[in-house]
Design a protein around this ligand. Sequence first.
Ligand SMILES: Cc1cc2nc3c(=O)[nH]c(=O)nc-3n(C[C@H](O)[C@H](O)[C@H](O)COP(=O)(O)OP(=O)(O)OC[C@H]3O[C@@H](n4cnc5c(N)ncnc54)[C@H](O)[C@@H]3O)c2cc1C
Ligand SMILES: *[C@@H]1O[C@H](CO)[C@@H](O)[C@H](O)[C@H]1NC(C)=O
Length: 382
Amino acid sequence: MENVVVLIVGAGPAGLATAACLTQFSIPYAIVEREDCSASLWRKRAYDRLKLHLAKEFCELPHMSYPADAPTYIPKSMFIKYLDDYMGRFDIQPKYLTSVESSIYDNDKKCWSIVACDVAEGTTINFIAKFLIVASGENSAENIPDISGLHRFPGEVIHSSRYKSGKSFSGKSVLVVGSGNSGMEIAYDLATHGANTSIVIRSPIHVMTKELVRLGMTLAHHLPLNLVDNLLVMVTKFIFGDLSRHGIRMPKMGPMTLKSKTGRSSVIDVGTVGLIKRGLIQVQGSISKIMGNIVKFQSGDEITFDAIVFATGYKSTTNMWLKNGEGMLNDNGLPTKEYPNHWKGENGLYCAGLARRGLAGIAADAKNIADDIKSVIGSMCG
Ligand SMILES: Cc1cc2nc3c(=O)[nH]c(=O)nc-3n(C[C@H](O)[C@H](O)[C@H](O)COP(=O)(O)OP(=O)(O)OC[C@H]3O[C@@H](n4cnc5c(N)ncnc54)[C@H](O)[C@@H]3O)c2cc1C
Ligand SMILES: *[C@@H]1O[C@H](CO)[C@@H](O)[C@H](O)[C@H]1NC(C)=O
């Protein structure tokens, strides 16, 4: 049995940022991680060509900047190096291979009772904590939609988190399902590696350049959102032209408003749109079913594929282990309260990194949580 003041679940960017902020106040904590390394999403579940989508000034964790000579868009390997340096700087030592299986609030003892599994040994570890921080990520389990006939598809089926590079798909016909940043970038990677690539784009999306996203985020500090949106939409139409004839429709809500109201991000074009226009990537609508290696679309088209990549996002698994968290998280494991009040639950429960606001959101959550714990501890001692 381990008694700790604060237990942080998850050693991704959110857990590390919170640990650093607690260290600044000399508040003792333990941090547990189910994998054998920190930031497992970045080290193990990200494709080779990934760079941070947002400019570096929006991707810093609290109390440590990127080196001045770092590029504006940080490559994956440099981001991992930054996290390693961050852990060194704040002396963060996660307990690895420790997967939290259940947490319950003990109303009599007024503390959290947590059961974790030592994955290597198969043994159980019990923690008692005054404060519990959920930093287990929005991306903890693969989400693959239920499509009739999928389990009988004879080709390769993978989720985007296990996709590394298009090298092994050269010469094959591949269908990418999902048109977020991962889907669009994976389609580009496949096509440029010589795969005959199609992508399912079901819902309307905003396609932007990374420079425009940066401009929008910067302007949003000074101007009303609808003004920024109008400007962005005008410029994207100028850059990309009318994409609706290529199967890409634009949402009614502007890109910045859509992000702030629904958390849905714009897609940052890495060259995919150019390949779509040149007919090197085919855009498809919704899938109706799969028969053998033939995918049938709602348009009536039937196309044969060798592989399917699902870039259909993730789902949260927090509700599988967190009890008494109803005040903070809904049935989907996402915050009940709206941003910016989403990070605090009852009885010393907090969440970092669940507001769909990327690394900047993580940095804000970490600071808020540490400030709050400091003031609670202060009032208990005073
Ligand atoms: C492909 C991709 C690109 C992105 N690019 C950007 C970007 O450019 N800019 C930006 O701001 N954001 C970006 N994001 C969004 C976000 O910043 C990252 O997803 C970030 O890694 C989230 O950090 P996190 O710590 O909240 O979650 P994660 O990185 O998912 O870390 C959570 C950790 O908790 C562990 N864990 C989960 N459950 C348990 C458990 N029960 N017990 C113990 N440990 C557990 C996991 O193993 C994991 O290591 C991107 C996301 C993805 C998927
Ligand atoms: C490539 O895929 C399209 C369908 O998206 C198909 O019509 C075409 O025959 C394929 N080409 C090759 C060389 O496989």
